[in-house]
Design a protein around this ligand. Structure first.
Ligand code: NAP
Length: 281
């Protein structure tokens, strides 16, 4: 799974930096599209190849921004997109993926996820994912917001073992997955994608992050990201529409927290000691 620090390898052998780029709220009306494209491109310049989007984000507007950002540099990007649960029937998944490909202006999505579990039978979605893979429209598929029980159900389905990731809410104030989902994924060498690694910005004013940041010459955001990045096999996908913050977040890849820092973080954000149901944003 993780063959070197700060990189993560998917089951199909593709390796990405453990820090990617989120795009929720990009492409919305009134957003600064040019700045968003600039920041995604700057992230690519720094080697942050994984870009996470979804058909849901800005009703496809986020995928269009990503498509524009990578237009002349497709090979440098590792694209992740997601099908909405309401579209996750066997036929509609195929159409949803084709629409995403059109908005992204690419021939293939590197990793295509079910955004969260809905009412369509999981085996139908998996069958559609496998079809998309056979047709070359996606290179791999995965899920999002699946708790351990959902993952176990998935593993028992035909081709369910081909799942390439589970993208879940994970950050210092949402540590529930450390109890069961994260160890189980590690055992299976399954990468986990941590969304909202800054807890949508809420973590940034926490005094413990400021104290540790002062000691390390780092910002609270970098400390929050370094915590997530310290977990083997976990990919953090913070979102920012600002080049300066892309640079700041990128530097978290080379920030090492000491055991004393981890102890201080554990005191401020206690790890789970019993099962906590998976949280979602
Ligand atoms: P997040 O990355 O934890 O936080 C994003 C917020 O933090 C934005 O307001 C951003 O503002 C700000 N920010 C980023 N870097 C910063 C820095 N260095 N200093 C200060 N503020 C900073 O939250 P998120 O966007 O919810 O999650 C990240 C990505 O995960 C999403 O974009 C999306 O791709 C994915 N996601 C997936 C799911 C799912 O169900 N699968 C759910 C939620 C999110 P600026 O843009 O103004 O910098």
């Amino acid at each position: 799974m993780t063959d070197q620090p700060s990189k993560v390898t998917f089951p199909n052998g593709r390796t990405v930096p453990a820090l990617g780029q989120g795009t929720w709220r990009m492409g919305e009306a009134g957003a600064d599209r040019a700045a968003e494209i600039r920041s995604l491109n700057f992230g690519l310049d720094l080697g942050l190849s994984l870009i996470d989007t979804a058909e849901m984000y800005a009703n496809g507007g986020s995928e269009e921004v990503v498509g524009e950002a990578i237009a002349t540099r497709r090979a440098e990007a590792f694209l992740v997109s997601k099908v909405l649960p309401s579209n996750a029937s066997r036929d509609k998944t195929i159409r949803a993926c084709e629409n995403s490909l059109r908005r992204l202006k690419v021939d293939q999505i590197d990793l295509y996820l079910l955004h969260w579990r809905g009412n369509h039978p999981l085996e139908d979605t998996v069958a559609a994912f496998e079809q998309l893979k056979t047709d070359g429209k996606i290179a791999a598929w995965g899920v999002s917001n699946f708790d351990l029980e959902d993952m176990e159900e998935l593993a028992d389905l035909p081709a369910g073992g081909n799942v390439a990731t589970d993208q879940v809410l994970y950050n210092l104030s949402r540590r529930g997955i450390e109890y069961d989902l994260l160890p189980s994924a590690a055992e299976r060498s399954l990468p986990i994608m941590a969304y909202s690694p800054l807890d949508e910005g809420r973590l940034l004013s926490h005094p413990t992050l400021a104290t540790i940041g002062d000691e390390l010459g780092a910002t609270p955001a970098q400390v929050a990201l370094a915590f997530v990045l310290s977990r083997p096999g976990v990919i953090a996908i913070p979102k920012t529409g600002s080049r300066d913050r892309v640079k700041e977040n990128h530097a978290a890849l080379s920030l090492t927290l000491t055991p004393a820092h981890h102890a201080a973080l554990d005191a401020a954000f206690p790890p789970p000691t019993t099962k906590r149901p998976l949280e979602m944003i």
